[in-house]
Ligand binder design. Structure first.
Ligand code: ADP
Ligand code: MG
Length: 364
C-alpha cells in the first residue's frame, strides 16, 4: 500500500470512531429532507460495530414519532468475524467480497433491514424497519414516550409477588418467538441472548438481527442450538424451570404443530407435563445438565448428504425411534426411496460427490 492509501485509512478510522463521518451525515441529511426523520439526537448505544441514535420524525399533522437510527461503523475490522454468517447464505452469494469494508458494512445493514422486515411482518415484536440507505438504518423506536429506550432483558427489573410466574411466562414467550421465527420467517437469530432482547411490560422485543441466517444456511442448526443454550442459561439463572435444550430444539424445528399463540405455549406446557416426573427435582436438573451437555456436543448434520447412514436413520423414524435423532425434522421433510440393484450403486456415487462438494464450500 502506498502512503496515500495508508493516510486515507487512518483518516477513515479516525472519523468513524468519532461521532459521525461526512458520508453518514449526508445520509442523515437526506433522510431528513425526505421526512424519514425530523431530527437526530444523541447515542442510545455505542457498540463495536454500530451506534444507535435516538431520533424523531414528524407526521403530516405535526405529531412526533420516535425513531431509532442504527449506524454501522464503516472502518472496522471486526466484521471479519462475521464472514461465517455470510458464507453459504444464498442471498449474499455475490456480495461477500473481502477487502471492501464499506461494501461489507452495507451488506450487514441490508441484511438487518430485510430480516427485520420478515420478523416484523410475522408479527413478532421487534423494531419496525423504516428506511435503509447504505450503512444507515432507520427503524421504529422501542421505548417510552419520554425517549427512554426499553431495557435489555439483562437489565430488566421484574419484581413483585408474581415475579417467578412472569419469568416463566417470558421463557415460554421467547421459545414461541424462536419457533415462529424459524417456521414462519425461516430464520435463526444466531446471536440471541438477554443482550439482544428488550423488555417492557411483560413483553419481549427481538433486536439486532443483522447476523440472522436462513434455514438453509449450512450452519443454521448449529446457531439455533447456540441460541437455545444462551437463552436457556439466562432463564435458568433467573430460577426458571426450563425444558432441556434438546426438547426446545425439537419444539422449534418440528414442522407440525402451532406457529402462533396461544397454541405454542400450550404445546410447551404439554412438554412440561409429559417429561420425566423427576425433571423438576434436583436430581432431574442435574440429569438435564448432563443431557444438555451431550446434546451440545452432538454432531448436527445440516444436509442429507451429511447424514451418515440415511437408510438406517429413516428406518428408525419409521419404527418410531426418530426422537433419538437430532435432525429428525430434517429427515421428516424428505421422501427416502428404497434403493435396489444398480440404481442404488450409481446413486451412492452421486451422494458421495455431493458430500464432497458441500464439504468443499462449507470450509472457510
Ligand atoms: P449492536 O450491534 O451494537 O449490539 P443492537 O442492535 O443490539 O446493536 O443495538 C444496541 C442497543 O441499542 C440495544 O441494546 C438497545 O439498547 C438499543 N437499541 C437498538 N435498537 C433500538 C430500537 N429500535 N429502539 C430502542 N433502542 C434500541
Ligand atoms: Mg446487540
Amino acid at each position: 500500500k502506498d502512503t496515500q492509501d495508508r493516510d486515507k485509512d487512518k483518516a477513515d478510522r479516525a472519523t468513524s470512531d468519532q461521532v459521525l463521518d461526512q458520508r453518514t451525515r449526508m445520509i442523515l441529511l437526506q433522510m431528513i429532507n425526505r421526512d424519514v426523520l425530523g431530527e437526530v439526537h444523541g447515542a442510545i448505544s455505542t457498540g463495536k460495530e454500530a451506534n444507535v441514535y435516538g431520533a424523531v420524525a414528524y407526521e403530516a399533522d405535526g405529531s412526533r414519532i420516535q425513531r431509532a437510527v442504527k449506524v454501522y461503523k464503516t472502518a472496522i475490522l471486526s466484521f471479519k468475524d462475521r464472514e461465517r454468517y455470510i458464507t453459504g447464505e444464498h442471498r449474499f452469494k455475490s456480495g461477500a467480497e473481502k477487502g471492501n469494508n464499506r461494501k461489507m458494512v452495507k451488506l450487514w445493514a441490508e441484511k438487518e433491514f430485510r430480516n427485520l422486515r420478515r420478523i416484523h411482518a410475522a408479527g413478532i415484536p421487534c423494531p419496525e424497519p423504516i428506511h435503509l440507505k447504505l450503512h444507515v438504518l432507520a427503524m421504529g423506536f422501542l421505548g417510552d414516550r419520554r425517549g427512554w429506550a426499553y431495557p435489555r432483558l439483562r437489565d430488566a427489573t421484574i419484581d413483585g409477588d408474581d415475579a417467578d410466574q412472569v419469568w416463566h411466562s417470558l421463557y415460554l414467550q421467547l421459545m414461541g418467538v424462536m419457533r415462529r421465527m424459524y417456521q414462519v420467517c425461516r430464520l435463526v437469530h444466531a446471536d440471541l441472548s438477554e443482550y439482544n432482547i428488550l423488555y417492557n411490560d411483560k413483553k419481549l422485543y427481538i433486536i439486532d438481527v443483522s447476523q440472522s441466517v436462513e434455514h438453509d444456511h449450512p450452519r443454521s442448526l448449529e446457531f439455533l442450538r447456540m441460541d437455545i443454550k444462551n437463552t436457556g442459561d439466562f432463564f435458568r439463572k433467573q430460577g426458571v424451570d426450563t425444558l432441556s435444550d434438546r426438547t426446545i430444539f425439537d419444539f422449534i424445528s418440528a414442522p407440525e404443530g402451532a406457529v402462533e399463540e396461544p397454541g405454542m405455549s400450550e404445546t410447551l406446557e404439554r412438554l412440561y407435563t409429559s417429561r420425566s416426573p423427576t425433571d423438576d427435582t434436583e436430581g432431574g436438573q442435574a440429569q438435564q445438565e448432563v443431557d444438555n451437555e451431550v446434546f451440545r456436543n452432538q454432531y448436527i448434520p445440516q444436509t442429507l448428504e451429511q447424514v451418515y447412514d440415511i437408510e438406517k436413520d429413516a428406518q428408525k423414524i419409521g419404527a418410531g425411534q426418530g426422537d433419538q435423532l437430532v435432525y429428525r425434522n430434517l429427515l421428516a421433510d424428505q421422501v427416502v426411496p428404497a434403493k435396489t440393484g444398480e440404481e442404488a450403486s450409481s446413486e451412492d456415487e452421486d451422494d458421495e460427490g455431493a458430500a464432497l462438494d458441500s464439504d468443499g464450500t462449507d470450509d472457510e
